[in-house]
Design a protein. Structure first.
Length: 386
């Protein structure tokens, strides 16, 4: 339409515009040109990435570079005109995706009406398009029909991404605005959600914690009022059960109280007696802090030295027993050795920070040939001499 871009405004959002383009006769295209991206104004570190912006008769792209706390995003608003040259579009689109892959530590999302029907995988256009996005490590997030005009429904409005770690869901809205249905993706982004979801809590189990949990269950069982109804008794039990389980086995990410003492209690070789002794040692130290004199200090030091000897013996006996139990299992034996030495398993292909394994597999296999050529030694022998 001829409506000016300034007419469009959404409260609480910043607007980024890429102007309409001119055709070969230096006249504005009558339709299907120009891009607008609205971004929530809670994002403060945003800029247009000119390197990844395109404006041709065959392909248009408006890219925003967004940094949210420690996470970096590229949001690409893309459009392909159905009247444009498909081969030129594919060439430009592939170059843009390849350039986006060079932005290290950025998670890239492509949104737009690309006019390639994913419901027709037998067509050469669809095959070439899918080959282009897969070879650059991108995945389509929309697989249902998005356009209803004529006799057949088509899937021509796409969302692509090269990292699904922040993706909660993708969906299509059923609204009667146009023949195109809005496509959406739900991302776990801190600036919008207020705070990022906490990481999954760590669960640690050892003999001391199990026995403590069993003792708590006995107390819970004895405290239940049998005169209440079955539903009331169960509600009380399940609430107390959950509280006791969380207290014994769940390590809170936000709870830093206890320091090294809390970590000691969660060692596999710590017995109930040693755990109680650790608590006594902590009490002695608190006494010394409250009244700093030589007697309290000597008492704390003597107790600490005896406790250290007992802990070393308990650790030695524990690992001797474990090595004896797993002497016929080489894998578990090496796991014990690595645990003792503090080694952590690291797989270069699968453990890139905040990147999913599928993306790393794609990136590895698409670049393995070029890496081999780049690292190969020069061969001065002519091929015909063999």
């Amino acid at each position: 339409t001829d409506v000016e871009a300034q007419t469009f405004y959404i409260e609480g959002y910043n607007k980024f515009v890429q102007d309409r383009i001119y055709n070969k006769n230096s006249v504005l295209k009558h339709k299907g040109s120009g891009l607008i991206t609205f971004l929530n104004n809670s994002f403060s570190r945003v800029k247009t990435c000119s390197t990844l912006c395109k404006s041709t008769l065959d392909f248009e792209c408006l890219t925003l570079e967004v940094i949210d706390k420690n996470t970096k995003y590229l949001f690409m608003n893309a459009y392909r005109s159905p009247s444009g040259n498909f081969n030129k579009f594919l060439e430009n689109f592939g170059e843009t995706l390849e350039l986006a892959s060079n932005f290290k530590d950025f998670k890239t999302f492509v949104f737009g009406d690309l006019n390639v029907n994913l419901y027709n995988p037998s067509s050469s256009k669809c095959r070439d398009y899918l080959s282009c996005i897969f070879s650059n490590g991108f995945l389509p997030m929309i697989s249902r029909a998005t356009h209803f005009a004529g006799e057949r429904a088509t899937c021509i409005d796409h969302i692509l991404c090269n990292d699904t770690s922040d993706v909660k869901s993708s969906y299509i809205l059923r609204v009667n605005i146009s023949h195109h249905l809005p496509v959406c993706i739900n991302l776990n982004i801190g600036s919008i959600d207020g705070l990022r979801e906490n990481k999954k809590p760590r669960i640690k189990i050892n003999d001391y914690l199990v026995n403590k949990f069993i003792d708590d269950l006995r107390v819970i069982d004895s405290n239940i009022n049998v005169d209440c109804t079955a539903e009331e008794c169960f509600s009380v039990f399940i609430e107390e059960f959950k509280n006791s389980y969380d207290k014994c086995f769940i390590e809170s990410n936000s709870d830093n109280s206890g320091g090294k003492y809390k970590q000691v209690l969660r060692k596999d070789w710590i017995t109930i007696g040693l755990a109680k002794s650790c608590a006594t040692k902590q009490d002695l130290y608190e006494n010394f802090k409250a009244d700093r004199n030589k007697y309290n200090w000597d008492l704390y030091i003597d107790y600490s030295r005896k406790l250290d000897r007992l802990k070393n013996k308990a650790k030695f006996d524990y690992y001797c027993r474990k090595f004896d139990e797993n002497k016929d299992d080489l894998k578990k034996t090496w796991r014990l050795i690595n645990n003792l030495l503090g080694r952590k398993r690291f797989n270069k292909l699968l453990t890139f920070p905040e990147e999913d394994a599928a993306h790393n597999f794609n990136k590895y296999f698409t670049s393995v040939a070029s890496d081999l050529v780049k690292n190969s030694y020069p061969n001065e022998t002519q091929d015909g001499s063999f």
